[in-house]
Design a binder for this molecule. Structure first.
Ligand SMILES: [Zn+2]
Length: 304
């Protein structure tokens, strides 16, 4: 997602967008601007960097009290922390202009290198998987072919959904233990522990090499929903066994069927579903995203 500050400046500079970045050429530099957690990030890919350039740029940054930056082979990454309020976009803009002006004055004939072949060829911003690359047309064609091949290979891999399901099931067991412990020690059902089932289920699914596809996402979610119910029923059973000091399962089942207790169980299962619903949706979206990234290769688009 493109946040308002980045979006506005990106538009103003005539940049394009990927999933979460404004990207574009400024003078003879390729620029990426995006939001991070409590920060804005600015990456500038330049034609050349020598020590003298570094010194001059660092001087500019010092004047603007920018302390967090990192040099790479042909780029600089600057972090603008945002603890209490957003960093001033006009300040970011001025820094961007000063830096790109510097490189334009020093290397007017040159352009940044293609991220894949490293040659100074005419290039454009592409969005591959969830990374943005600045590629020449040859490298783009290669990347496109590789992405499609990889995705097709992935689609043709055997459907290991069942293994993934077993993984999700097994990993939910610690979640059930947490539910039981919370119930016995706090004497109340912490519906919040339902969240654990989904997180652990996802871990288990992946660890058992379950395929990341829309169907895979559905399996993880359904396993979680099933295990939430199973966990609560087991928790009640353990509690009953402890309270009336019995190991007679038939007796426990009889007690579980008592209307008041049954209502209580259903209520708790429902509550757990309500609490975890939002989280389930987030996980579902995340997994669908991962799947889409596998086949994603596209040009940066217009900022609307
Ligand atoms: Zn290239």
């Amino acid at each position: 997602m493109l946040y308002p500050g980045v979006k506005k400046l990106g538009k103003e500079l005539g940049f394009k967008r990927t999933n979460n970045e404004a990207v574009g050429m400024m003078r003879n530099c390729f620029v990426k601007l995006y939001d991070g957690r409590n920060m804005k990030l600015l990456e500038i890919f330049v034609p050349q960097i020598f020590d003298a350039d570094k010194e001059q740029i660092e001087e500019i940054l010092k004047q603007d009290k920018v302390k967090r930056y990192e040099w790479f082979n042909n780029s600089i990454k600057i972090t603008f922390p945002e603890y209490f309020r957003p960093y001033s976009m006009s300040k970011i803009k001025n820094i961007l202009i000063s830096i790109t002006d510097h490189f334009y004055r020093k290397y007017p004939e040159e352009i940044p290198q293609c991220h894949d072949c490293g040659e100074q060829k005419r290039a454009e911003a592409y969005y591959i998987g969830n990374v943005t690359k600045f590629l020449c047309s040859d490298c783009f064609r290669t990347a496109e072919r590789t992405t499609n091949e990889k995705f097709n290979e992935y689609q043709q891999e055997p459907n290991n959904y069942f293994r993934g399901f077993i993984g999700a099931l097994l990993f939910a067991i610690p979640g059930i233990l947490v539910t039981i412990l919370l119930f016995i020690f706090l004497e109340r059902l912490a519906a919040i522990s339902a969240l654990l089932y989904i997180v652990l289920g996802m871990k288990g699914y992946k660890l058992f090499k379950g395929k990341t596809t829309p169907l895979g996402a559905l399996i993880v979610i359904l396993t979680g929903i099933l295990m939430i119910a199973v966990g609560i029923i087991i928790t009640y059973s353990v509690f009953i066994m402890k309270e009336i000091k019995t190991t007679d399962l038939n007796l426990v089942i009889l007690i579980l069927k008592v209307p008041e207790i049954r209502r209580d169980i259903i209520l708790n299962i429902g509550l757990s579903y309500v609490i975890s619903a939002f989280f389930i949706i987030v996980q579902l979206i995340q997994m669908m995203k991962e799947w889409r990234f596998l086949k994603n290769i596209q040009k940066a688009g217009e900022i609307k």
